[in-house]
Design a protein around this ligand. Sequence first.
Ligand SMILES: Nc1ncnc2c1ncn2[C@@H]1O[C@H](COP(=O)(O)OP(=O)(O)O)[C@@H](O)[C@H]1O
Ligand SMILES: Nc1ccn([C@@H]2O[C@H](COP(=O)(O)OP(=O)(O)O)[C@@H](O)[C@H]2O)c(=O)n1
Ligand SMILES: [Mg+2]
Length: 209
Amino acid sequence: MGSIIDTLRKKVNGSLSNEKKVTVVFVLGGPGSGKGTQCAKIVQNFGYTHLSAGDLLRAEIKSGSENGTMIQNMIKEGKIVPSEVTVKLLQRAMQESDNNKFLIDGFPRNEENRAAFEEVTKIVPEFVLFFDCPEDEMEKRLLNRNQGRDDDNIDTIRKRFKVFLESSLPVVDYYSSKGRVRKIDAGKPAEEVFEAVKAVFTSTNEKAA
Ligand SMILES: Nc1ncnc2c1ncn2[C@@H]1O[C@H](COP(=O)(O)OP(=O)(O)O)[C@@H](O)[C@H]1O
Ligand SMILES: Nc1ccn([C@@H]2O[C@H](COP(=O)(O)OP(=O)(O)O)[C@@H](O)[C@H]2O)c(=O)n1
Ligand SMILES: [Mg+2]
């Protein structure tokens, strides 16, 4: 530890900030598609740590960060917060965790998110879990979510759907073209959705074994 050789080796193997071998699964899907709900089940069954980009941003607002007001305004408008902010929060959370398996929920939400994460962390996701859900079902779920969120009102929900179609789906297409997307029909009851999710994680484990 500490020798120049070690330092160089770490530089060659990745970046100094990235010493542990990390497994990342991106969890994408429209607002209300059930990302958070399914991530909680995956955590219980497959030993991942759940990192929700939205939750990290909301915690940053609460913490009284200098970016808090900017983040709050962007979330209220359904806009995507600059990647610099979100990538830093995700990177910090991964570094602070003892785990090396992460479900990154609600990220990358646009091309800028994707490129910034790749540039900073050099991590390539194992796969992208994509929850495909009809918009009317997502709208119904969001209007009933009752978590007191500023953005679960019909005006902001419409803006979020537009951003999802215009900015987030192209990221799913990008990973699709690389054969990395595992698409799940998310319009069904949560338990049924989880059966399909389980099959994805189980077949991945078998391949790795
Ligand atoms: N398969 C499902 N069927 C019905 N309601 C669901 C389902 N999955 C999640 N929900 C509910 O819908 C709302 C949105 O789910 P959530 O997991 O927060 O989605 P997301 O993180 O994708 O926005 C929550 O109130 C949740 O309890
Ligand atoms: N990568 C991300 C994720 C969320 N966000 C912001 O946080 C909001 C809520 O994200 P979320 O993932 O918690 O929302 P849901 O899809 O879970 O309903 C988004 O609408 C964006 O305004 C962001 O800017 N960048
Ligand atoms: Mg969520």
